[in-house]
Write a protein that binds this ligand. Structure first.
Ligand code: GLU
Length: 444
């Protein structure tokens, strides 16, 4: 058995019932095969790949809190501190009923390579809980966040591990968590990113993942002789990534015709009205049915269906495994040009392979959605120097970072004989920096 296959079997055996984690490891290892085989002796001796796939530390804890009826509720809390070779652990906190250890490990593993690709000094980590903020009162969300941090504060810190937002964790949750951390530790430090602007947050952090997705998509299309202006785009999701991806796509001259949530999706032939979408999702925290009710050009459909619309560019911005083989077939049949992932691992491996085989330009999430965490690293820099930069300053750094990421992965793909395979390029470029740092730091 090859070294790569040995490692994959070991991962499956040692981490049973964690399919998303297995999927993430398989995707990365398959693209690294050529690099790993070229360095097999040294990597085997140092157990480099075994160490890479094994988190440095995994914390699982109980999160008790009291609901509005006086009933005690109990959730699971997680933080996986995956790899700190190139910087403090960095990555979001997901609050969603689907969260379990396998989900957090897949996200943490992906985060190592994503963070490396940004070119900034941040290691990989991820955390969260099976708590569902949907339908909870502000007081219940605060009670949960305070209890969550009352345990997690022991393991995090501005130079150790810096969590941030993800699905279910937005400005409100970060605010409650930051307040509780400061109260317990009595220090005012940049321990979380995605903070409010009045207490150390960065301008453009809210927009960064969605904007970054469009900056890299635009650059990738340009390098392939195409232009985003005038293209039709399908976006899935309607959270932070989807909203700001839609906004930037329209600013760049494209027309976004879809968004979705957990119960249905919108087709808006006139293009999504971003101001209305923000009002429905950010202010009212309501369903997309409210968007449809207020917008005559919009059709609301129950269930899934975003990928059946004829578009030039598809931007999956909802969650893992939301674009499957049949969706890929529908997109190809409709002549899609590019698929760029705003979410983490939204495209299954079979769907990714099908798209690539059919000549679709495909940029994986660990590159395409890296603008969020990159801007978090810029927030950390601002906190360290106790200054804050203008929106334009942060946004222009973000643009440079996304353009650099594209060229970095494009060059890596070319160098290893896989021209145009941006999945391989991203994994290889992300891996090489981490592997070099791990090797330099000895067996730790
Ligand atoms: N949750 C985001 C991600 O998946 C952002 C993490 C961060 O800002 O630390 O990369």
């Amino acid at each position: 058995m090859s070294y790569v296959d040995e490692i994959y079997s070991m991962v499956v055996e040692k981490n049973p019932a964690q399919p998303e984690f297995h999927q993430a490891v398989k995707e990365v290892l398959e693209s690294l095969r050529v690099v790993i085989e070229a360095n097999e002796e040294a990597y085997r001796r140092d157990a480099l790949i075994e160490r890479l796939v094994t988190p440095e530390r995994q914390i699982i804890f109980r999160v008790p809190w009291v609901d509005d009826k006086g009933q005690v509720q109990v959730n699971n809390g997680y933080r996986v501190q995956y790899n700190s070779a190139i910087g403090p652990y960095k990555g979001g906190l997901r609050l969603h009923p689907s969260v379990n250890l396998g989900i957090i490990k897949f996200l943490g593993f992906e985060q190592i390579f994503k963070n490396s690709l940004t070119g900034l000094p941040i290691g990989g980590g991820k955390g969260g809980s099976d708590f569902d903020p949907k339908g909870k009162s502000d007081r219940e969300v605060m009670a949960f966040c305070q209890s969550f941090i009352t345990e997690l504060y022991k393991y995090i810190g501005a130079d150790t591990d810096v969590p941030a937002g993800d699905i279910g964790t937005g400005a409100r949750e970060i605010g409650y968590m930051y307040g509780q951390y400061k109260r317990i530790k009595d220090v005012y430090e940049g321990v979380l990113t995605g903070k409010g602007l009045s207490y150390g947050g960065s301008l453009a952090r809210k927009e960064a993942t969605g904007y970054g997705l469009l900056y890299i998509t635009n650059e990738m299309l340009k390098c392939n002789g195409k232009s985003l202006a005038g293209m039709t785009v399908a976006v899935s999701g309607s959270g932070n990534v989807a909203i700001y991806a839609t906004e930037k796509a329209q600013q760049l001259g494209a027309k976004v015709v879809t968004v979705s949530d957990s119960t249905g999706w919108i087709y808006d032939k006139d293009g999504i009205d971003v101001a209305l979408l923000k009002e429905v999702k950010e202010v009212k925290r309501a369903r997309l049915t409210e968007y449809a009710a207020a917008r005559p050009s919009a059709e609301y459909h129950e269930g899934k269906g975003v990928w059946t619309v004829k578009v030039d560019v598809a931007l999956p911005c909802a969650t893992q495994n939301e674009l499957l083989l049949d969706d890929a077939k529908a997109l190809v049949a409709n002549g899609v040009t590019a698929v760029c992932e705003g979410a983490n691992m939204p495209t299954s491996m079979e769907a990714t392979e099908y798209l690539q085989k059919n000549g679709v330009l495909f940029v994986p999430g660990k590159a395409a959605n890296a603008g969020g965490v990159a801007t978090s690293a810029l927030e950390m820099s601002q906190n360290s120097e106790r200054l804050s930069w203008t929106f334009e300053e942060v946004d222009s750094k973000l643009q440079t970072i996304m353009v650099n990421i594209f060229h970095n992965l494009d060059n890596a793909a070319k160098k290893y004989g896989m021209d145009g395979n941006y999945v391989a390029g991203a994994n290889i470029a992300g891996f090489l920096k981490v592997a070099e740092a791990m090797t330099a730091q000895g067996i730790v």
